[in-house]
Unconditional design. Structure first.
Length: 156
């Protein structure tokens, strides 16, 4: 038994090769953080002003309440819409947004509702025509969303 122990312990002159076969892990969190920072910078540069104009009244805590907010029933309807909107996507703190899905899913949803002209809501646009997204706005948002999805997919 002693001989077996000494041949195992000293067979490689004390070198430990057990760590040579360890799989080195990639720090995905750090990679994803860098990708999110790239997306955030692009958002602030290209998209945030569009969202402030067209989305923030419902999808943030920065709501600019209209003159009719204090009229009977209007306040309840507006508060309900804002509460529901923020449950789906809250843009209050910039990107990444607080949503009910994963980052990629939320980005795909943004693209979908904007390309299908579901947002801003038609009844909101009746009294807030300035919030309507132009074709240029939609193109800028789509470009940012597509770049963001690619960055996030590359991080995984």
């Amino acid at each position: 038994m002693t001989f077996f122990f000494s041949s195992v312990a000293f067979g490689h002159s004390g070198e430990d090769h057990s760590k040579e076969n360890e799989v080195k892990s990639v720090d995905i969190t750090n990679t994803k953080s860098k990708k999110i920072e790239i997306i955030k910078v692009a958002y602030e540069k290209d998209v945030e002003q569009i969202f402030k104009k067209s989305c923030f009244d419902c999808h943030s805590t920065k709501t600019q309440f209209p003159w009719y907010y204090n009229l009977p029933i209007a306040k309840q309807l507006i508060n309900h819409d804002v509460t529901e909107a923020k449950k789906h996507l809250d843009m209050s703190s910039g990107y990444p947004f607080k949503g009910h899905g994963k980052l990629i899913a939320d980005l795909k949803e943004i693209n979908k509702v904007i390309s299908n002209e579901k947002m801003p809501l038609w009844y909101y646009l009746l009294l807030h025509g300035e919030a309507k997204l132009t074709d240029k706005d939609k193109a800028i948002i789509a470009k940012w969303v597509n770049m963001s999805i690619k960055e996030l997919e590359d991080a995984n």
